[in-house]
Design a protein around this ligand. Structure first.
Ligand code: HEM
Length: 448
């Protein structure tokens, strides 16, 4: 059967205005069936039904590699690594998997809690002064500090971290125009190109000396840099350097961007749902009191977990997972030709009416104990699925709740941001608008 197709006149304007919501509306118009989008020379299929998502990500995953034009900008930033495909991915996943198991992450939790507590203490002067802060930037700083401590064994200095974080943020957002016009050849200059190149240069200036040093002396540490260096030290020098660099950029980006972005969406959502916020504050009060957080808090923050599950349903940072059909095949009853691009989007599937009651409403009760069992496994996949499933999901569910609990133990957030917020289609789904938060010390007021 030929799939329904949406012509350029129906796709272009909504895509230029708000590409993320546009994809959702295309899926709704076709009841979640496979639909072909005409975007000039680029004609991808939008795949949103959970059965189809499961087929592409899991059952027939090796016929659907992470290749094609939408991966080009990612490859320019992160090279061939754990977030690409084929032998580079496989080998990197093998090296890093043991550092991300639930049990291993549990062993990192106390160190993580300490780094988080220090990071939160650094926010106190802002709170005392009643200053509005750009919450995306501050959450990025807090996550980066924590990740550098627990994953990178503190091998990146504070000064370098201050360069790396913003440079990565610029690199990850400046290729948005290339995501929207993926068929534009690299030699055609696009907005953001120059900022992208400068950002990559900064990233390399920070990481390459570390990579070379680690190859000279891999050490026996459990941090990612040492683990990669031990795995690669017998490979050809420049190739070993390239692979370690690419994996470090990938892990840094995948861990910091996604977590910081989800911690940006959280505050406006809590502000708009005071009943959820009140329940969350109560849980933190009971479990953490006035802080600091520690590893023992984590299993008791059960409502927090449901809040995050629901947040990742409505605002999944990994909002688009493009795949290429390596061989011709059938998706449902739609024939797909070899070389076609398939667009899978958790953002879209998570809002399909067929699978979600009141899909646009924020309601953590959907994730109360037992509720998941009634759901299609691939109606909800913020961390992807199949062999490429997110390696960092256990880390996220330790780090993010500890951060929020640590913040709420000391402060109440006030939020300043326009509504509705528009999702911006960068490497991770972040709000296009500035979100500012003022942290009011619990039990005391901020200066007006
Ligand atoms: C809210 C937090 C996060 C979200 C929503 C998220 C989402 C995802 C998704 C959707 C994928 C699948 C990509 C695909 O199929 O193409 C993925 C893969 C990955 N994630 Fe995450 N992630 C998060 C946090 C993290 C963290 C903390 C790390 C830490 C290292 C991480 C590292 C990775 C890596 C390395 C991959 C590639 C895995 C592979 O292909 O083998 N992520 N993530």
């Amino acid at each position: 059967m030929r799939p329904p197709a949406l012509p350029l006149r129906r796709t272009l304007r909504p895509l230029l205005r708000d590409p993320v919501h546009a994809l959702g509306s295309f899926a709704r118009q076709t009841n979640g069936q496979v639909v072909r989008l005409s975007l000039g020379p680029f004609r991808p299929y939008l795949v949103s039904h959970p059965d189809h998502v499961q087929h592409v990500l899991r059952r027939d995953w090796d016929n659907h590699p992470r290749e094609g034009m939408l991966w080009k900008p990612v490859e320019r930033l992160a090279g061939r690594s754990i977030i690409s495909d084929g032998p580079d991915w496989e080998s990197a996943r093998r090296v890093m998997q043991p550092l991300f198991t639930a049990r291993y992450v549990a062993s990192l939790t106390q160190g993580m809690a300490e780094a988080i507590d220090e990071g939160i203490t650094a926010l106190e002067p802002y709170a005392r002064a009643g200053r509005w802060i750009d919450i995306c930037a501050e959450m990025g700083r807090l996550v980066s500090k924590t990740v550098i401590r627990v994953l990178f064994g503190s091998k990146i200095s504070v000064a370098d971290a201050e360069r790396l974080g913003p440079a990565y943020g610029i690199a990850a957002t400046s290729f948005a125009s290339r995501l929207l016009l993926p068929f534009a050849p690299e030699w055609v200059p696009m907005p953001g190109d120059r900022a992208f190149r400068r950002a990559v240069k900064t990233i390399d200036e920070v990481l390459m000396p570390l990579v070379r040093q680690s190859l000279r002396e891999p050490g026996d540490g459990n941090d990612i840099i040492s683990a990669l260096a031990r795995a690669r030290r017998h490979e050809d020098g420049p190739e070993a350097e390239r692979r370690i660099r690419d994996d470090l950029v990938s892990i840094y980006g995948a861990s910091v961007e996604t977590t910081a972005v989800s911690l940006t969406w959280l505050w406006p959502v809590l502000h708009d749902h005071p009943e959820v916020a009140a329940r969350l504050y109560e849980e933190v009060e009971t479990v953490v009191g006035r802080g600091p957080v520690d590893a023992a808090c984590l299993p008791r923050l059960t409502y927090m977990r449901a809040v995050f599950d629901e947040l990742l349903r409505l605002y999944p940072p990994g909002w688009i997972l493009p795949r290429m059909a390596a061989k011709p095949g059938l998706l449902g009853d739609v024939p797909i030709e070899a070389g076609a691009t398939l667009l899978i989007s958790p953002f879209v599937t998570h809002r399909l009416e067929e699978f979600w009651d009141r899909p646009e409403e924020f309601d953590p009760e959907r994730f109360a104990e037992g509720a998941q069992e009634r759901r299609h496994r691939y109606a909800y996949f913020p961390f992807g699925g199949g062999p490429h499933v997110c390696i960092g999901r256990h880390l996220f569910y330790a780090e993010a709740p500890l951060m929020v609990a640590g913040l709420l133990a000391r402060f109440r957030p006030q939020v300043r941001a326009p509504r509705p917020l528009t999702p911006f289609p960068a490497a991770s789904l972040r709000p296009k608008e500035l979100v500012e938060v003022r942290l009011v010390p619990v039990g005391g007021g901020a200066a007006a």
